[in-house]
Design a protein around this ligand. Structure first.
Ligand code: AP5
Length: 236
């Protein structure tokens, strides 16, 4: 007899049932917003950056290949990332949708994802394009600190913890990512411009792109995303 999927009893009344993609430069706020949206719909938050960092922490062969590339602020080859993502969305917790943060990042990744979503019977994704200018990006990246226990994201300038260096939620230590040093920001922005920004035109052509002004407050950006979701439900 086939086993039925494990579906939490307390699912929200409104289901996502699709992939949401957060597209935007480093530090635009993809992780901050993607986590909140995934929690609201009780679906997985799939950050390819976090997955790669987990592989590095666990000392896997994938982590060993990815680490020097990430430390230089370059993109990890498509083949490695695609295998990782394909394996992840196979899992039953993805059956009601999922929120991508930092994926896809090249046109080849987007094309592959399109095929993958079709194969899994999902409708077309909703793409949230977070737009923010470079001056703000630098402040957000260099000020970011991340809890080493629960992953909560802080900012020394805009969202400081109550106690310096400690997470408000669980007291975990707040760390700076190795690639958040100022000298790595320029290569990361260059990689975004060259390899990822063509996705804006790609998804616009497909009619799936929703522009959001990400220079506003976290709450304001969240409201713009909620509106985009409402629009997307009626359109595609
Ligand atoms: P990844 O981890 O994806 O990093 P990224 O894309 O550079 O994005 P960030 O995590 O830096 O920023 P974010 O937009 O999530 O901002 P956040 O919400 O944290 O990738 C790291 C590396 O992994 C890549 O360089 C690459 O090497 C590799 N990689 C990953 N995916 C890959 C792929 N698909 N293909 C190939 N390689 C891949 O916010 C930033 C700060 O701003 C925080 O401090 C936050 O508190 C603050 N903030 C957020 N929103 C606001 C707001 N509205 N107002 C004020 N402050 C805010």
């Amino acid at each position: 007899m086939a086993t039925s999927p494990v579906v939490p009893e307390n699912r929200p009344p409104e289901e996502l049932n699709r992939a949401v993609i957060f597209l935007g430069p480093p530090g635009a706020g993809k992780g901050t917003q993607a986590k909140q949206l995934a929690a609201k719909f009780m679906v997985p938050h799939l950050s390819t950056g976090d997955m790669l960092r987990e592989n590095i922490a666990q000392g896997t062969p994938l982590g060993a290949r990815a680490k020097p590339i990430m430390d230089r602020g370059e993109l990890v080859p498509d083949s490695l990332v695609l295998k990782m993502v394909a394996g992840r969305i196979e899992r039953p917790d993805c059956w009601h949708g999922f929120v991508f943060d930092g994926f896809p990042r090249t046109v080849a990744q987007a094309q592959y994802l399109g095929e993958l979503l079709k194969q899994h019977g999902f409708r077309r994704p909703l793409v949230i394009h977070l737009m923010v200018d470079t001056a703000l990006i630098l402040r957000r990246i260099t000020g970011r600190r991340v809890c080493n226990v629960g992953g909560e994201i802080y900012n020394l300038y805009d969202r400081p913890p109550k106690v310096a260096g400690r997470c408000d939620n669980d007291g975990g230590e707040l760390l700076q990512r190795p690639d958040d040093r100022e000298e790595i920001v320029a290569p990361r922005l260059h990689a975004y411009e060259k390899q990822t920004s063509p996705l804006v035109a790609y998804y616009k052509r497909l009619g799936l792109l929703h522009d959001v002004d990400a220079s506003k407050s976290v709450e304001d950006v969240k409201q713009q995303i909620d509106k985009a979701l409402l629009v997307a439900r009626t359109r595609h």
